[in-house]
Design a protein around this ligand. Sequence first.
Ligand code: RB5
Length: 149
Amino acid sequence: MKIAIAADHGGFPLKDPLKELITALGHEVLDLGAHRMEPTDDYPDYARYIGQAIQHGQAQRGIVICGSGVGACVAANKMKGVRASICHDTYSAAQGVQHDDLNVLCLGARIVGIALASELVTAFCNATFDTDERFVRRLEKVLAIEAHH
Ligand code: RB5
């Protein structure tokens, strides 16, 4: 699977190590920046790059990292077709995909270190959406909210 990753200055320290991990897990990485530490850059730009990659089918999943994960999550969820969540526990990182078809994982590099972030990304990447009727029904309701509100 192709996984897009992006980070602002708050998330930058985690981006390269997580790229290596994603590759080691057997996935292809699409790096949407920042390509160098830029203390004045803004997380909504990177959330938008990730959302656009999902919308245009350039990646099946995305990971966006900022300082807390909050801003990236708020911004990413403004985009149609994006289902983003901060997951700082592995249960949510996996179940978010399995039950909710989560397609963007948001991380806060000031909250989690590389060891936990690696476990979170592994759980997120290894999980697949469970097409049990109840999960599909709930996803359709979420998509209806997106379409009509
Ligand atoms: C940037 O300093 C910081 O505010 C940003 O990375 C993020 O934590 C926002 O939610």
